[in-house]
Design a binder for this molecule. Structure first.
Ligand SMILES: Cc1cc2nc3c(=O)[nH]c(=O)nc-3n(C[C@H](O)[C@H](O)[C@H](O)COP(=O)(O)OP(=O)(O)OC[C@H]3O[C@@H](n4cnc5c(N)ncnc54)[C@H](O)[C@@H]3O)c2cc1C
Length: 391
């Protein structure tokens, strides 16, 4: 098989890689992107944007349920998850179309297939529509991303738990969703499904939610979510799981107060992410990883800078800020018993903040068309100057 030569290859169509590819192609370099599944990467297809889209639907349900508190009378509320899902799917289709346009106008070639290194700076791609291509380039940028980790809990895999991908494709409201992991994914989807009507129990191994956040922010998030009826088990170890997610599951948990069994309908695995670095032939390319499957450079400088420098990139976690933090009662000089009331009246929605310029661009330019609300309200919103949809 002949080797096709490029000046730049981007392996994985992730957040930084696609921008880099479009830029390089526009600068006149012969550039290709190898992607197995998600045009535009996970963010617009199965992660940030679709989650924010469904969170917004959940927020509408929540507002309508609480409308009377604001002086608007409504009738009984029911949720149609098929409509929620269709709205999200339409947004994703729009995102894909926008990405395809960028590929066309930039001149970067999008090669759909599963790639792996077969030598230094050389990729073999098993094309999705059949056949194989061998690609080599002066520069190869790795942007293969991560996938949801499944905790090593006996019986858990057999329950076929949801990850965020399946959770965002549900056409039903789970009766009782047991969320494994009190990080940003578990909390934002937990809050959304609570607002759709599920009972939610979040099980977190650590002593607090969102281990990377400041303790006061994490504590306030827990307080607000508990106000909405989400139950938490912190410093909890999941010992085993039985049943079938989507039907009936039981999860045995140990905390300081002993063992207990939770009965639920569904399990959401939101307990961390694993780099997509196995089976892609990194050893053939002479790239070494640490014991967690990360490139040492990644640990040294962090995600954004690694992307900005256009280095080889195997991303870990995004920088996470609960936007709620900006709006916490103590930020507005309130304290004590006023907090819960403040939280209720300000209707906090848990979003993960994208700190990248790209995200800000999406919010500004495509927010309305895509039905994608700004993750954080601004001071202007707080003053009532703008509705979130006007962003
Ligand atoms: C539910 C959820 C909500 C989130 N919300 C936010 C948010 O609001 N704000 C925020 O900043 N972040 C958010 N994130 C995190 C964000 O989605 C990720 O940090 C980001 O998408 C990671 O981008 P990436 O470029 O590293 O990888 P990805 O976007 O995952 O790109 C990697 C690509 O490589 C492809 N690939 C992998 N292996 C191969 C192979 N062998 N051959 C070909 N292609 C391959 C994959 O298919 C994928 O498309 C969220 C994540 C989740 C799960």
């Amino acid at each position: 098989m002949d080797t096709e030569r490029f000046e730049a290859l981007v392996f994985g169509n992730g957040t930084g890689g696609k921008l880099l590819a479009w830029h390089l192609a526009r600068s006149g370099k012969r550039t290709a992107v190898v992607e197995r599944r998600w045009i535009g990467g996970s963010c617009p297809n199965v992660a940030c944007l679709p989650s924010k889209n469904e969170i917004w639907s959940a927020n509408v349900a929540h507002l309508v349920r609480h409308a009377a508190e604001f002086g608007t009378r409504t009738g009984p509320v029911s949720i149609d998850m098929a409509v929620v899902r269709q709205r999200k799917r339409s947004m994703v289709e729009g995102e894909i179309a926008v990405h395809m346009q960028h590929f066309q106008t930039s001149g970067a070639e999008l090669i759909l297939g599963v790639g792996r290194f077969v030598g230094p700076r050389t990729l073999e791609v098993k094309l999705n529509d059949g056949g194989t291509r061998l690609l080599a380039a002066d520069q190869v940028f790795i942007n293969v991303g991560t996938h949801a980790a499944l905790p090593a809990v006996p019986g858990l895999a057999d329950t076929q738990p949801l990850t965020h991908i399946e959770a965002l494709e549900l056409d039903r409201v789970p009766r009782h969703l047991i969320v494994l992991g009190g990080g940003y994914v578990g909390l934002e989807l937990g809050q959304a499904y609570r607002r759709f009507g599920s009972r939610i129990t979040v099980i977190e191994r650590g002593p607090a939610l969102m281990g990377r956040e400041d303790p006061d922010v994490a504590d306030e998030v827990r307080r607000i979510l508990a106000e909405e009826g989400i139950e938490f088990l912190l410093a909890a170890e999941v010992l085993r799981a039985h049943g079938r997610s989507g039907d009936a599951v039981s999860v045995v948990v140990r905390t300081a107060s002993g063992e207990q069994t939770l009965e639920g309908s569904d399990i959401l695995a939101a307990a961390g992410r694993i780099p997509n670095t196995t089976g892609i032939g990194l050893e053939e390319a002479g790239i070494e990883l640490d014991e967690r499957g990360l490139h040492p450079h990644e640990r040294a400088v962090g995600n954004d800078r690694a992307a900005g420098l256009g280095r080889r990139r195997v991303r870990r976690q995004p920088t996470v800020h609960a936007c709620l933090g900006r709006r916490l009662p103590h930020h507005s000089g309130q304290s004590g018993g006023g907090r819960a009331q403040h939280a209720r009246s300000h209707d906090p929605v848990l979003y993960v903040h994208r700190s990248t310029a790209r995200a800000r661009g999406i919010e500004r330019t495509r927010g309305r068309a895509a039905g994608y609300p700004r993750p954080c309200r601004t001071a202007a919103d707080e003053r009532g100057a703008a509705h979130p949809h006007d962003g």
